[in-house]
Ligand binder design. Sequence first.
Ligand code: NAI
Ligand code: MG
Length: 357
Amino acid sequence: MKASIVLLPGDGIGPEITQQAKRVLEAIGDRFGHEFTFQSQLIGGIAIDETGDPLPEATIQACRDSDAILLGAVGGPKWDDPSAKTRPEAGLLKIRKELGLFANLRPIKLFNQLIDASPLRREIIEGTDILFLRELTGGIYFGESSRTGSGPDETASQAMVYSVREVERIVRLAAQAAKGRGNRLTSVDKANVLEPSRLWRQTAARVMAEEFPEVQYDVVLVDAMAMHLINRPSDFDVVVTGNMFGDILTDEASMLPGSLGMLPSASLGSGGPGLYEPIHGSAPDIAGKGIANPLATILAAAMLLRHSLNAETEAAAIEKAVADVLAAGLRTADIARGGPSVSTDAMGDAVVDQIKQ
Ligand code: NAI
Ligand code: MG
């Protein structure tokens, strides 16, 4: 297979970690006989510094022409000036919008070798492996807002809007993902109170009955889900939900494994290139020190292979290599719990070596 991949290293530790993920993809290319071509483009603070624009037109064009995009992170104190015309994050929001990326995928997987990093007791967190799909371009965050009146009568509103089409497409993606995993899908809503949730629930149930009768399907209310995530996280397989509920639940869930530097994510649209990135930020406090954990970005590269290049075997090879280097005792400082730690490069080397074997 041939594939062209755009790298958006961005700011802070972004360049250090995307470099390691690129090396891992090259190793996969060598082992499985694929030809990956890479080009780096500007996004975020560095793009502001060099062009005045957090998402230059050349970056958008390169992304559109690519098969997939791998992003590091954007932002940092240098660009935090509240009076600045534009911010690094604007580049990230714009690229998601330009590419119509309506689904955010966040796997919350506990690596057993890191079980003691979790804030939860071992017997509760053990076996946790959830894939969240959050709707990303609709719902209340994009609803019409207004402010009227003044003084104590001043009121503000923001509309939550979902269409059947929006619900169908994300539920289909989630159901397809479930078929490749544990074959179970949970839809989270607030249908006891909210009208858009009732449309969501009705639509999801119809799609599942008509198109995915073989996938085990259930629904949970969002407030109950917030409790279940703490109480019995290992009971869930794939979870699909709207934009705001997904924002909150995925942040809650990302704390469960206790290792931010290990968690990847993907943003997908219909047909075009997907965007893959770690869930953590640019970590300016450790940038340039060579100690950042590259595994979240390396695992994002595995998602890229799985979801954009249909290369499940290759994706699984990366995930196995990561599990193997952890089993061998390698830790970057963030997951070392005070024990011995290795550099960003050494961690990348170890994963590359595993893949070559
Ligand atoms: P952060 O995720 O960058 O860092 C939080 C803490 O985790 C820091 O102590 C950091 O050193 C550590 N950390 C994060 N990733 C790590 C890794 N791979 N290896 C080792 N340690 C790691 O979040 P923070 O500090 O709130 O934000 C820093 C900057 O990143 C801000 O400018 C923020 O706006 C931006 N940001 C960007 C995101 C993105 O590009 N998608 C997402 C979140 C924040
Ligand atoms: Mg959030």
